[in-house]
Ligand binder design. Structure first.
Ligand SMILES: [Zn+2]
Length: 256
């Protein structure tokens, strides 16, 4: 199997010492490509270094809505410059988070639109972080006529909202949440969506899988997300691996 972890923060300091081991274990588990999304300006340098050094790692730099207080206007200029350099496959993770109180929604909106513009200009897709703001993100994508699609990471909206993202050229990313029986809504959505609209991720080190509580989440756990997805859909694991990988390659324009 050749799997693609479409969202993992393996650039974090906590993984630095065991990074090569982590990468080796991921590859042994069949994860041949990993997408490293950005969260703030400080993190981009290490992400870019790792992606240049290591085969199969791809960068998606961006300014995450949760870290609003750390972002500065000149970071957007730097993102524009970075967006046209190599090994960048998307701008991410960007979006709107209405789940956390006290995050200024006007500033979030501005930041999101400015980064969509950068992605549009560079001809890059977007990796979206959306919580309790799916309709607002959809309205923004429509208003900006964002043409490059991308991935809705760790999707947590409704089936209807998933359909609207798909209509705008996005695919829906399924994470370890589906390994929990109680995640009934998202499990049902993952079972119902057409196969050409799904990709998988770990969101390492976040979102631990069922049976791995209290442990770091790692890209090597991706086959368990895949297995849960295959069970929910009543399909063979190999088939789900094949189409999720080919969907990720299509939407992010990844090489074989
Ligand atoms: Zn993330």
């Amino acid at each position: 199997m050749k799997l693609i972890d479409t969202h993992c923060h393996i650039d974090i300091t906590a993984f630095e010492e065991r990074f090569l081991n982590l990468l080796k274990n991921a590859r042994l588990a069949g994860v041949s490509k990993m997408i490293l999304p950005g969260v703030d300006r400080n993190g981009w340098d290490r992400i870019m270094t790792l992606c240049h050094q290591e085969e199969g790692l791809y960068a998606a730099p961006g300014l995450h809505p949760l870290y609003l207080a750390q972002h500065r206007p000149h970071h957007l200029e730097e993102l524009s410059a970075l967006a046209s350099s190599g090994k960048i496959v998307a701008i991410g993770e960007i979006g709107l988070d209405y789940h956390v109180p006290d995050l200024d929604r006007t500033i979030q909106q501005q930041l999101f639109e400015q980064q969509l513009q950068i992605a549009a200009t560079a001809g890059l897709p977007a990796i979206l972080h959306v919580r309790k703001a799916h309709d607002q993100v959809l309205a923004t994508l429509r208003r900006k006529r964002f043409p490059h699609g991308g991935i809705v990471h760790a999707f947590n909206g409704s089936l209807q909202q998933a359909g609207q993202f798909i209509g705008l050229g996005f695919v829906i990313s399924v994470c370890g949440t589906i390994t929990y029986d109680r995640a009934r809504r998202i499990r049902k959505i993952a079972a119902q969506l057409p196969s050409e609209t799904l990709v998988v991720e770990t969101d390492a080190p976040d979102i631990p899988l069922a049976g791995h509580r209290g442990e770091d989440n790692l890209p090597e756990h991706l086959p368990e997300v895949l297995a849960a997805l295959a069970t929910l859909r009543g399909e063979r694991v190999e088939l789900v691996a094949e189409y999720t990988t080919s969907n990720a390659k299509r939407v992010l324009h990844l090489p074989d």
